[in-house]
Design a protein around this ligand. Structure first.
Ligand code: ADP
Length: 506
């Protein structure tokens, strides 16, 4: 459908020009304003200081429909593009990400408040790697034919059709690329709807895909609020896959919309992951692992926010923990020295603080933190560790998504209690163990309900490995061939032995 094309001044964020309109069918489009009541734009603010950064096109049903139509039109051509050519184009996208890595890092930090140095050194290289990895993986896809009574079974991965990609604000470009790269490699076209609190780097990615030579309609971007732009997108019958990372209540809404057309969904949701510190663990390593959970101000779905310490290791662990955490500097995420930056939004800080206040009222004791930063205020929340928390309390059961950890202990040698506490939430995303006893760790790991278990490490990922959550932490697995399985319809072609022979069954 035709949408009005309104030229907008591009916003300049952190010195980088960003076109904040949608990107649909290879064209920049502003929002239609069908009833002239809703503002066709919304504003994104920086969590660093609350400054308004840019007006963003505010998409709705018309834009979602137009983007899916563009993705459908482009799909046959993209699906038929030889894998080597698709891979070449995805490597060109990776080249573009690398060429613009500094711009991407600065804009992302301005928009979501995570540390500039980790965007520069970790995240943006990883975004490029996502495209390179899935481009290469595409060319290696396949497994040997099977044979049954002389018949060959030849399995192929057929691109499924347009995919809706819905991403959250805590790792905007990382997660957009983690979904877009395998979908595009698989031969599906995509419509990305980034989170309304962090819309900017997705817009730069649209430019990069265009400059890399992706045909119009292969990569589309719709900006807007979840209820206005996301909901009609996931409900569109032209969408053949939905990949979502975000909260459990939103996943339920998306699943209900997807049910109408039986659209397959991949969900990566929240977590309340444990960090198990066994008595023979190196207390320094255990403390390092605990302090790492304050990265991105704790706004990480994988974060091991429940520290479960074997009783006799408690004091040594706390000593090392306090030693490290008091050296953490909180402040502007653009400063090299900063270890903990702001949370995403004042509304989110209120939510985080609500959890902590209710925990304190219920009898918890803060070892450190316990409220907003007294000097920085606004979106800056103190790294917090609470003790005196009950297993069935809200602070232990619910995902806070802020720099808030709890500490519980279990009796020495009591693996059953350790496992019961670790598994005792409705989530099952990840678990981390600090231990000096590999065999015991493996025995415990085998009993944990988690998509990923890390032993004496944290956040080590390999794109070939499966990633996802059990229970209410997710549906399905992403990574490696699991991603291709999701974005494709898998076909088995069975051929009888001998040319021209008719197969006899039974
Ligand atoms: P949070 O509560 O942390 O913002 P959400 O799960 O609500 O997390 O948001 C994650 C993403 O889901 C965002 O891009 C948001 O706009 C989108 N979203 C929210 N509601 C819906 C919906 N009903 N349908 C599709 N997408 C949605």
């Amino acid at each position: 459908m035709a949408l009005p094309e309104v030229p907008l001044p591009t916003a300049t964020v952190a010195g980088v020009p960003v076109d904040t309109r949608h990107w649909i069918g290879g064209t920049r489009l502003a929002s239609a304003d069908p009833d002239a009541t809703a503002a066709p734009y919304f504003t994104t603010h920086s969590p660093i200081d609350g400054a308004p950064l840019a007006g963003i096109a505010r998409g709705g049903a018309a834009e979602a429909r137009a983007a899916v139509a563009a993705a459908r039109d482009a799909f046959p051509g993209w699906a038929a593009t030889p894998p080597a050519e698709r891979a070449r184009l995805l490597h060109a996208v990776a080249d573009g990400v690398e060429a613009r890595a500094e711009d991407l890092a600065r804009v992302e930090t301005a928009d979501n408040g995570a540390l500039l140095r980790s965007h520069r050194r970790g995240v943006m290289p990883r975004v490029a790697h996502n495209f390179r990895y899935f481009a290469d993986r595409l060319l290696a896809l396949g497994h040997p034919d099977l044979t049954t009574r002389g018949h060959t079974h030849h399995v192929t991965w057929e691109p499924a059709g347009p995919a809706a990609l819905i991403t959250p604000w805590n790792a905007p470009l990382m997660l957009a690329s983690w979904k877009a790269a395998p979908a595009l490699a698989a031969g599906s076209t995509v419509v990305l709807k980034p989170a309304e609190w962090t819309p900017l780097t997705a817009s730069l990615l649209a430019d990069i895909t265009h400059e890399a030579g992706l045909p119009p309609g292969v990569f589309n971007l719709v900006q807007g609020y979840g209820a206005e732009a996301g909901a009609p997108l996931v409900a569109d019958p032209g969408v053949r896959r939905i990949s979502f990372t975000g909260s459990v209540p939103t996943a339920r809404r998306i699943a209900r919309a997807a049910a109408e057309h039986l659209t397959p969904c991949s969900f990566e949701l929240g977590g309340k992951s444990p960090l198990l510190v066994l008595a023979d663990a190196d207390p320094g390593l255990a403390a390092d692992l605990a302090v790492e959970q304050y990265d991105n101000a704790g706004q990480v779905c994988l974060a091991a926010t429940r520290v479960l310490v074997e009783e006799s290791a408690r004091d040594a662990f706390l000593g090392h923990f306090l030693d490290r955490v008091t050296k953490l500097t909180q402040g502007d995420p653009r400063d090299e020295a900063t270890g903990v930056g702001p949370c995403i939004h004042p509304r989110h800080v209120e939510r985080v603080d609500g959890f902590v206040r209710r925990a304190l009222a219920a009898g918890a004791t803060p070892v450190i933190g316990g409220g907003p930063h007294p000097g920085l205020g606004g979106t800056y929340y103190l790294p917090t560790l609470l003790t005196g928390v009950a297993q069935d309390s809200e602070i232990v059961q619910e995902e806070v998504f802020g720099p808030v950890l709890t500490l519980q202990t279990f009796p020495d040698g009591d693996d059953d209690t350790a496992v019961r506490l670790a598994n005792g939430t409705r989530f099952g995303l990840a678990a981390t163990l600090a231990t000096g006893d590999r065999e015991r760790a493996e025995r415990i790991a085998a009993r944990l309900v988690a998509g990923t278990v890390w032993i004496n490490c944290f956040f080590v990922r390999d794109l070939s490995a499966p990633f996802g959550g059990s229970r209410q932490s997710g549906v399905g697995r992403e990574g490696g061939d699991w991603s291709f399985d999701f974005y494709c319809d898998i076909k088995n072609t069975v051929t009888a032995p001998g040319a021209g022979e008719v197969a006899r069954h039974g």
